[in-house]
Unconditional design. Structure first.
Lengths: 117, 108
């Protein structure tokens, strides 16, 4: 159990276009999902917390108008990179939080590698 | 927020060797997890261990919450163990904060 999928796994787009990434929890419901970004040879940096039915909470320095997050259901969150630029090229990873009797555990999707040309 | 530091940053082992990876955190934690990121970028959950000791095959982990550290033990390492190991923790907040990772290479 606790599988998280992400689509697409890899995308190449032209500068100025928008890209949508989907994150799904396949076998559990997730009221809270998270979006991370990872640059080569670096750790994961949290971009935003996505809450089902409400607005996302963005980390400092992350532009909410550029990275649009929608969490319309308990199993789906989407991240849209609007007007993408080459500096947005990165590895984007989503995570879904699952509750258990011992607390909360996060499970991660396989990531989406975005290249903006 | 909580700070998470990992050591060593890089580690090279000969196949069959044992190793210990360390994770220090700056505050009390509600959640602490260890992950292995494979070469394709997928994060694999290894342990959910805010306190105590757990074992899974050749891997085991211990968290001493009162002293604010966690250890990941890898025994009889194999080449497939190569990759980056991350420790991540949170306290009052919802989100996990990641350490810088330990990049492990196991040579045949």
């Amino acid at each position: 159990g606790a599988v998280v999928s992400q689509h697409p796994s890899r995308v190449i787009c032209k500068s100025g276009t928008s890209v949508k990434i989907e994150c799904r929890s396949l076998d559990f419901q997730a009221t809270t999902m998270f979006w991370y970004r990872q640059f080569p040879k670096q750790s994961l940096m949290l971009m935003a917390t996505s809450n089902e039915g409400s607005k996302a909470t963005y980390e400092q320095g992350v532009e909410k108008d550029k990275f649009l997050i929608n969490h319309a259901s308990l199993t789906l969150s989407t991240l849209t990179v609007t007007s993408a630029h080459p500096e947005d090229s990165s590895f984007y990873i989503c995570s879904a939080r699952r509750s258990s009797r011992t607390g909360y555990e996060q499970y991660f999707g396989p990531g989406t590698r975005l290249t903006v040309t | 927020g909580i700070q998470v530091e990992q050591s060593p940053p890089d580690l090279i082992l000969q196949e069959g060797a044992n190793s210990t990876l360390r994770c220090n955190f700056s505050d009390s934690v509600n959640n602490l997890q260890w992950f292995h990121q494979n070469p394709w970028g997928q994060l694999i959950n290894l342990f959910y261990i805010p306190s105590g000791t757990k074992q899974n095959g050749r891997l085991s982990a211990t968290t001493v919450a009162t002293e604010r550290y966690s250890l990941l033990y890898i025994s009889s390492s194999q080449t497939t163990d190569s990759g980056v190991y991350f420790c991540a923790a949170n306290n009052a907040g919802n989100m996990l904060t990641f350490g810088g990772g330990t990049r492990l290479m196991v040579k045949p």
